[in-house]
Design a protein around this ligand. Structure first.
Ligand code: ADP
Ligand code: MG
Length: 249
């Protein structure tokens, strides 16, 4: 019978042995986890909440840090009214690895600090009162000046071998005039292309095209013209060494 058993063996084992919580932890439990695991010494408040993770402002000693806590499970789909669960905690280690990789190469991403299980701490961008606004929410900044900085930030990330697959004004923070790229968990690594490389180059091109279109649309709404196709060519330049970027469309 398809989808029977509907949970994979390791999840069933966790449930039977009491190792899995079939609900997501509450705020107090998250705080306990963050402080006991040494990610931070104090959690100040929740600053962002998405489908897969929550982000908290915390303090590690005297330093402000951001702690991203992935949910443990995601509802994948429903089969015969039976809930199917997808374990997603491992996404934290992937995002942390990509962040480390991009940051070590000098890309404008928050500095990764420490990972524990499904959560990690990183450099916090903002002040104790407010996280830096997302590009989507910035106000009072000259967009003509900001647009080329955003374009350069994305280029720097690509040069580091990382292509963001969810590039949008929601995943770029702007601290005064400086853009920071966040939410790199679903990025593609294009530095070492495993087999088959053309597939990855193709995916990279698609991701960069979608990102360029989002940004061009966003800046057009604020009076700054960016040509999406030229952005893709410019960003793709450093992937070109693997060949086929230009011809992958
Ligand atoms: N390093 C950080 N410094 C300050 N705020 C952050 C940081 N990382 C994330 N945030 C805040 O948390 C929100 C969600 O983070 P993000 O990584 O985009 O998670 P999601 O996967 O839920 O989209 C962001 O929009 C931003 O406001
Ligand atoms: Mg996001």
């Amino acid at each position: 019978m398809p989808n029977d058993p509907y949970l994979d063996a390791s999840v069933r084992w966790k449930i039977q042995s009491g190792h899995a919580l079939l609900r997501e932890p509450r705020y107090r439990e998250v705080v306990e986890f963050v402080t006991e695991s040494g990610l931070a010494t104090e959690v100040l408040r929740l600053i962002g909440s998405g489908k897969e993770a929550d982000v908290y402002l915390a303090r590690d000693g005297a330093t402000l840090v951001a702690v991203k806590v992935y949910r443990t499970y995601r509802t994948a789909n429903q089969v015969h009214r039976t809930m199917k669960l997808d374990a997603i905690g491992h996404l934290a280690s992937w995002e942390f690895e990509l962040l480390t990789y991009a940051w070590s190469d000098g890309a404008p991403v928050p500095r990764p600090l420490k990972r524990e299980e499904h959560a990690f701490a990183m450099q916090y961008v903002g002040t104790v009162d407010h996280p830096a606004p997302r590009l989507k929410d910035v106000a009072g900044i000259d967009m003509e000046t900001l647009a080329p900085r955003v374009v350069a930030a994305v280029e720097r990330l690509v040069e580091a071998g990382v292509v963001h697959t969810d590039l949008s004004p929601y995943n770029i923070l702007v601290d005064r005039q400086t853009p920071w790229i966040i939410d790199v968990g679903k990025c593609l690594r294009v530095d070492r292309l495993g087999a088959p490389p053309w597939l990855k180059v193709h995916q990279a091109r698609e991701a960069l095209t979608a990102g360029a279109q989002h940004l061009a649309r966003f800046f057009a709404g604020r009076g700054v013209r960016l040509d999406a196709a030229s952005l893709v060519e410019r960003w793709g330049h450093s992937i070109e060494r693997f060949g086929r970027f230009s011809s992958a469309a």
